[in-house]
Design a protein around this ligand. Structure first.
Ligand code: HEC
Length: 109
């Protein structure tokens, strides 16, 4: 949040007030403050490595290893970071199987 001018190759800079609101949200909702299984597993799989994207953690890679590359490139998914394309209720923290879309529909487009 201190260097949003260089955010994964994009200039994502925002005004100070918005920055503070987002920073507060991130600190309040980080994996360190959660008892959810996925949070614990993700933190655990970080070990001491300096990983800045969830999709680069061993835990995430392991959970998604059976999903073909083409599926993430589908126009409805676009990116691994677009969690919501498959996890419909991820904003509510719901990542159980019954909240995952049928991803086979993404392979034909
Ligand atoms: C292309 C669809 C797709 C995208 C995009 C995706 N996931 Fe998943 N995710 C899945 C599927 C399918 C599974 C279930 C895999 C299995 O059980 O074999 C899964 C499993 C998981 C699990 C494990 C759930 C459990 O209870 O075992 C977590 C946590 C998770 N995803 C988080 C994320 C996050 C965070 C993102 C975004 C950074 C993301 N996923 C992006 C399809 C996706």
């Amino acid at each position: 949040m201190n260097d949003l001018e260089n955010h994964f190759g994009d200039d994502a800079s925002i005004d100070l007030n918005t920055n503070n609101i987002i920073l507060e949200f991130l600190e309040k909702n980080s994996a360190e403050t959660s008892t959810k299984e996925a949070s614990v597993m993700i933190l655990d799989s970080l070990k001491n490595k300096d990983i800045i994207a969830i999709t680069n953690t061993i835990y995430w890679k392991e959970k998604h290893k059976n999903i073909k590359k083409e599926i993430f490139l589908n126009s409805l998914v676009k990116s691994k970071a677009n969690c919501k394309a498959c996890h419909s209720d991820i904003e509510k923290g719901l990542i159980e199987d019954e909240n995952i879309k049928d991803i086979s529909s993404f392979s034909s487009m």
